[in-house]
Design a protein around this ligand. Sequence first.
Ligand SMILES: [Zn+2]
Length: 226
Amino acid sequence: MQIGKTGVYVYYPPPTGDVCSNTVVIDGREKVIIDPGLRHLWPYLEKAIEAETRIAPADFYMALHTHSHPDHMDAGALLEDSYGVIQAMSAEEKSFLEGEGRSIFQWMGLDYPSGTVGRLLKEGPLELGDKILQIYLTPGHTPGSVCIHWPEEGILITGDLIFARSFGRVDLAGGDAKALIASIERMASLDHVETVIPGHGPSIVGRSQVEKNFRAIFELFRSSFF
Ligand SMILES: [Zn+2]
C-alpha cells in the first residue's frame, strides 16, 4: 500500500497467524526494503511488492533492519544470499545480535541468520541515491534499535519503538524501559512527521493523529511503569 504520493509502500504480513513485522519499501534510485520479516513468508511479500511496485528482489540495494528480532530481519539473509542485497543495522544492534540477542532466534524456533551485516548504520543522514533519510538511534526495545525519518515526505518508521496506542516490549533480552521512554520522547519532538509506520499494526496518518498517539503512549507508559 502506497503512503500518499510518496515512493514509500507499507506491507502488512499475511494472516497466517505468524508474528511478523510490517515491511516498508522505499522506491528510488537506490531502493530499500526495511524489515523484510520472516523468511518463510517472503514469497507472499515478494509477490505483493512486485505486483504493486514492479520492484524485483534483486532491484533492492539495501535491506535495513530497524532491529535484530527475527520477526523483522529473518528474510534478510535470503535477500543477501540470493540477490546480493546489503543488510544494514546499527553497530550497537550488531553487537547485541552477536551476543545476548542470539538467544531470541532459538526462543522463536528459528536458525541464527547466516548472512552478514554489510553496512553499519550510525545516527545521522543516510544518503540513498536521490534521497537522504535520517537515522536515529532509539534504544529501549533492543539496545541498537533505530527509527528512520524521511523529513521531506513526513514519514517516520519506528520499528518496535511505538505502535498505534502502544509501545514496544522491554521484557526480552536487551530491553530497557528507561531508554525506551527517552527514545519515544525524542521521536515525539521531531518536526515533519505526518505519518508514523510502526513495526506492527496500522500506520498513524495525519499530524494531529500522530500527536494524539504520542499522548496516548505517554499515558499508557506512566500507568504501566509508575
Ligand atoms: Zn522486536
